[in-house]
Design a protein around this ligand. Structure first.
Ligand code: GLA
Length: 376
């Protein structure tokens, strides 16, 4: 079901299209951003994740073109992205790289691409850990799918969008964000095994809701720090003589941990216990136990702060304020880290009060007024 805000954005993107092209679009595609409830930095270790699709994302209203060009205008950006599908080699500024990368990955995989032109609106804050770039990549793939008049498998779309991000944009991300954008139905949590691609859809207990609050901080060098963590995890797996950190259980690790370098041990500690936390979170959800789930979220944050070291002061402050609020079962940073958002599990219909109180406290400490979003 499309909620009123989504309907408004849909109408807005169609109107902008009509104003520019003097007719109604032939297709409108939507791809969501995501918030990850738990399972952070586990995807590229073949582990488990538990994200949910947001009701925010990327909308594209479009029509086919007769030639082999793509022309995409975006609200809030001065220049459109323009591509010639027959020659993708040219340099392109900034966000156009994602469009170009997806066209490249689809072509590489043998898809026949047709030209199109359109208008885009994205309402996921960029760099906030809510997967605005995966939403853009998958929306672009959906636009190509629409003009091809075909139906492409979500898993293929996700893999190719990830390939675009890894090999064209140069960010060595895992599969979680693109998979959520391509395959997660609204309103469900997607328990996903990043090795086998097995998926189970879950629903939060009806007594709770999720709230996302943005620290409004973004750190430079996120990409190289992310890359370092990947390399460290691979190093830890090698030292522990397993294919990936997914292949070692917490008790086994307890026995072997001493043998490896202290820094790698900390990184492995996070990933191995985070995988176990995801599985326990699934159990808590199936048992309808928000208190148990909240404890896991708090433990996840602590592990990302102490062992994986991807939080910053503002994330720690905001997660701490959230955890102390009387409506809150648990809270943690979400996404890659180094700035961005906290996700909190709060009592149903208390999201507004939670955001008001926690937001005011955060602002009084930092002078930053946080953006927030309640998922219903
Ligand atoms: C980013 C990446 C994902 C994942 C998360 C951390 O969002 O794109 O693949 O690794 O960080 O869990």
């Amino acid at each position: 079901m499309i909620d009123p805000t989504m309907n408004r954005t849909r109408s807005m993107v169609m109107k902008r299209f009509e104003e520019r092209f003097d007719e109604a679009p032939s297709h409108v595609v939507f791809t969501p951003g995501r918030v990850n409830l738990i399972g952070e930095h586990t995807d590229y270790n073949d582990g488990f994740v538990l994200p949910t699709a947001l009701d925010l994302g990327v909308w594209i209203a479009l029509r086919p073109r007769e030639d082999n060009r793509v022309l995409l205008h975006s609200k809030g950006r001065k220049n459109p992205t323009e591509l010639r599908l027959t020659d993708l080699s040219g340099g392109i500024p900034h966000w156009g790289k994602y469009v170009q990368g997806v066209a490249w990955a689809l072509k590489e995989a043998g898809y026949t691409l047709h030209g199109w032109e359109g208008e885009m609106i994205g309402d996921v804050p960029a760099g906030a850990g809510l997967s605005s770039s995966a939403a853009l990549e998958v929306a672009v793939a959906r636009a190509f799918e629409a003009v091809a008049g075909e139906t492409w498998l979500p898993i293929n779309i996700a893999r190719l969008a990830q390939k675009a991000e890894n090999e064209w944009v140069g960010m060595p991300c895992g599969i979680m964000d693109q998979m959520t954008a391509a395959a997660a139905p609204p309103g469900k949590l997607m328990y996903f095994d990043c090795r086998t691609f097995d998926m189970q859809l879950l629903e939060l207990p009806t007594s709770v809701e999720l709230v996302v609050i943005d620290t409004m901080t973004r750190r430079s060098l996120t990409e190289s720090r992310y890359r370092n963590r990947r390399v460290e995890c691979e190093g830890a797996a090698k030292a522990l003589q397993v294919q990936s950190l997914r292949d070692i259980s917490a008790p086994d690790f307890g026995q072997k941990a001493r043998q490896i370098d202290p820094l790698l041990r900390k990184r492995a500690m996070h990933v191995i216990h985070e995988n176990a936390r995801v599985q326990r979170a699934v159990q808590a959800i199936l048992e309808g136990d928000p208190s148990a789930l909240g404890v896991l979220l708090n433990a996840g944050h602590e592990s990302l702060r102490e062992d994986f070291e991807v939080t910053n002061d503002e994330l720690n402050l905001l997660a701490g304020l959230a955890q102390e609020h009387d409506t809150c079962y648990g809270a943690r940073m979400t996404g890659a880290g180094f700035g961005g958002c906290v996700v909190a599990l709060v009592r149903k219909d208390e999201g507004e009060r939670f955001v008001h109180d926690v937001g005011a406290q955060y602002e009084s400490h930092t002078e930053l007024a946080p953006w927030s979003h309640i998922l219903r």
